[in-house]
Design a binder for this molecule. Sequence first.
Ligand code: ATP
Ligand code: MG
Length: 397
Amino acid sequence: MTMENYNTILLNVDELWLKGKNRPLYYKAAKRHVKEVVKLLHTAPFQIKNDNQRLVLSSQENFCGELIPALQRIPGLFSIAPVRPVAANLEDICRAAISETEALVTRPTSFKVFTKRIDKRFPHDSMEVSRQVGGALLEKIEQLRVDVHHPELKVQIKITPEWAYVGIREFKGVGGLPFAMTGNLVTLLSGGFDSPVASYQMAKRGCRQSFVFFYAYPFVGEDVKEKIIKMSRVLASYQRESKLYVIPFGEIQKAIAKTCREEYRTILFRKLMVDAANLLADKIGADALLSGDALGQVSSQTIGNISLIDQISKRPVFRPLLGNNKAEIIALSRRIGTHDISVIPHDDACSLFAPKHPIIKPDKNYWDLYNKQNQFCDALSDALSNAEVFSFNALGK
Ligand code: ATP
Ligand code: MG
């Protein structure tokens, strides 16, 4: 839809009603994120006001078309509806409903009018408003017919003490909880399908994320780094602000590969990544780690290997995809915009050093002994201090 002539947008919030006393904080966080996004796309002054359970974004100047998709990525927003504010009387409401609908209807279309009367002093009840507006629409626009069960077009009317809002489009948001309301995560981001989808899942639950990529340069090419930066931009567009840490990891992987039993390489690479992620979390104040594991997908994602990692991690490791099938993950990746980046082929250091038969049932004695004798403390703190850091704004730029 073209947004060229809308200067008012209703933002319906999702789970904010759950939060009782904390509700004002949640609204504040959602508003702050919206403000950040609008500021980047709209140069004229604008306002965001609370109006009952929703937010009303408005400006003297019309908003641009890119704003809607950007707002659709803000966690905590359930839906986004561009509307026409008119004086709260039936005549103006009908006129606006007709002009909004006329512009959109080019073929026979079914519709239904939905009215919410927030101002109970308004002289007509919701049913009556819907009936009147429906009648006016049927009279003016020949292609329309009423369908109260499965209307193609929903004409929404909201009557507040100040204005009546008339809108015919409502765009679905990410929903969930606003940015940074539930905690800070270090997200282990690799180039595949899983970790970006895992990141999206927890962005939706209100987690602020810092992305970390363990970069096995010079054993992998530079294109994988470019790929991760590109991926981070997409994931960053679901956050108010983000950072990506690219941590040099080639030497550490080489040292592990040289010193451990071959079948333990993969799980030890993972352990050292988790150690490094915890060190980074200490530094930036994160509460938990996030990874894209799905149970049994590969050998490092068996219960045995997952429990080894959980025993050494100082913080909980969130794994929102444990119960997802690959096809489900890929379907979600298409929806959130990461699919086309995930499919780009890339070098993978884990497979470069990959053992022929990665361990599935690890020997706890060997694991403990190896880790006692090989702590990589200096190597890890060197790697961390040599990290390359990239920052992204709320549009992922
Ligand atoms: P994905 O599909 O998420 O890219 P994958 O299918 O290649 O991962 P693994 O290599 O087993 O699966 O990795 C499991 C998880 O470990 C990933 O989802 C990611 O969270 C983390 N991970 C793996 N490699 C790296 C890396 N080089 N840098 C950061 N995190 C990594
Ligand atoms: Mg995977």
